[in-house]
Design a binder for this molecule. Structure first.
Ligand SMILES: CC1(C)Nc2nc(N)[nH]c(=O)c2N=C1O
Length: 161
């Protein structure tokens, strides 16, 4: 089994509900065990500002699925929640599920880049990840503690459960 961390994000159609539904779907993934989900965090959009604020979280599962099998399933969950893929790059979305980390794997395939390219610069990823995995060491050898300590906290708000 591999320990996988998934970034969840939504800024359309009741984003908190979208994340609730995503967690429910992740709890039923085959050959996987749901471990935890962080608090939800609200933040201004990174990138184009002409869209609503986002709600983000990081979830953790153990899985024996292969990376691309997991990607197929997370993309199916996004589509089930109305995600229209090929939407404008960095545009608003009903639900985004990003594979942030897949065990110690470093992958650069057509479909999958792991660790996720934005992992260490996005406060809406770093802080929820640190919340559920404070001792985490990334495949690069950097610790989530170090990354969080050097990342300026702009406007991230932890939402009540
Ligand atoms: C559009 C872009 C880059 N900006 C984001 N901005 C925030 N705050 N949260 C996201 O999940 C997010 N996702 C994206 O894909």
């Amino acid at each position: 089994m591999q320990r996988v961390y998934l970034g969840l994000g939504a800024n359309l159609n009741s984003p908190k509900k979208q994340l609730d539904n995503a967690v429910i779907a992740l709890e039923s993934l085959p050959n996987s065990e749901f471990i935890a989900c962080s608090h939800y965090y609200a933040s201004r959009p990174m990138g184009p500002q002409d869209q609503p604020d986002y709600v983000n979280a990081v979830a953790c599962i153990n899985t024996s699925l292969e990376p691309e099998q997991l990607l197929d399933l997370t993309q199916a969950i996004e589509l089930e929640h109305g995600r229209v893929r090929k939407a404008e790059r960095w545009g608003a979305r009903t639900l985004d599920i990003d594979i942030l980390l897949f065990g110690e794997h470093i992958l650069n395939t057509e479909r999958l880049t792991v660790p996720h390219y934005g992992l260490t610069e996005r406060e809406f990823v770093v802080y929820p990840l640190q919340e559920i995995a404070p001792e985490l060491i990334l495949p690069s050898g950097a610790s989530i503690q170090q990354i969080a300590n050097t990342l300026p906290l702009n406007d991230l708000q932890q939402l009540p459960r």
